[in-house]
Design a protein around this ligand. Structure first.
Ligand code: HEC
Length: 154
């Protein structure tokens, strides 16, 4: 067997081997009392945008696509979910102090304006996660309204 073939075969074995190492799934299926929808008015159309574009990494329930079962794609996604949830979890929004909620809302608006979220590589493969102009206006208006009502409570 030529060296080239040996290398291809070795890579194939590695690829098959890593398929057996599946990361734990981010699927709680529970709705917590701290869920943002339980705390604040979240209009239906805003919820749809957040669920399509953000919840895969910023909630306790990822909507997995078939390619997430293929490694290393699944590992890549799992690491983003871990980091994304640690920074912002819509299902646990109520656990944040009012001050932290305010700053998270500001960060959401900034991420939408700067196009840093959803992560570009993710938006590339999840076509329905890509924010349209209308989606952005919708999100930004909702963030502004909620920020205003939060600051009146303080
Ligand atoms: C593919 C996973 C993924 C998706 C989808 C995603 N994010 Fe993120 N997000 C992350 C990760 C990972 C971080 C942590 C910072 C980093 O690594 O860039 C983060 C950080 C953030 C932060 C920063 C929080 C802070 O405290 O500064 C905000 C705000 C945010 N995301 C908002 C959003 C919004 C809004 C959406 C949907 C429009 C979204 N994200 C979609 C993965 C994602």
């Amino acid at each position: 067997m030529s060296l080239g073939r040996k290398i291809v075969l070795a890579l194939l074995f590695v690829f098959i081997g890593i398929q057996f190492i599946q990361p734990a799934r981010n699927k709680s299926g529970q709705v917590l009392p701290t869920d943002i929808t339980k705390m604040y008015n979240l209009p239906e159309n805003v919820q749809v945008v957040l669920k399509n574009a953000c919840y895969d990494c910023h909630s306790n329930n990822t909507n997995y696509q078939w390619y997430a079962t293929i490694q290393p794609v699944g590992w890549w996604l799992a690491s983003h979910i871990k980091k994304g949830k640690a920074d912002l979890n819509f299902n646990e929004f109520g656990n944040y102090s009012k001050r932290k909620q305010q700053s998270k809302l500001k960060a959401i608006a900034n991420s939408v304006k700067d196009k840093t979220m959803p992560l570009p590589a993710y938006a590339l493969i999840h076509k329905n996660a890509k924010l349209s102009k209308e989606d952005k206006i919708l999100l930004l208006n909702w963030v502004e309204n909620l920020k205003d009502s939060l600051s009146q409570e303080n």
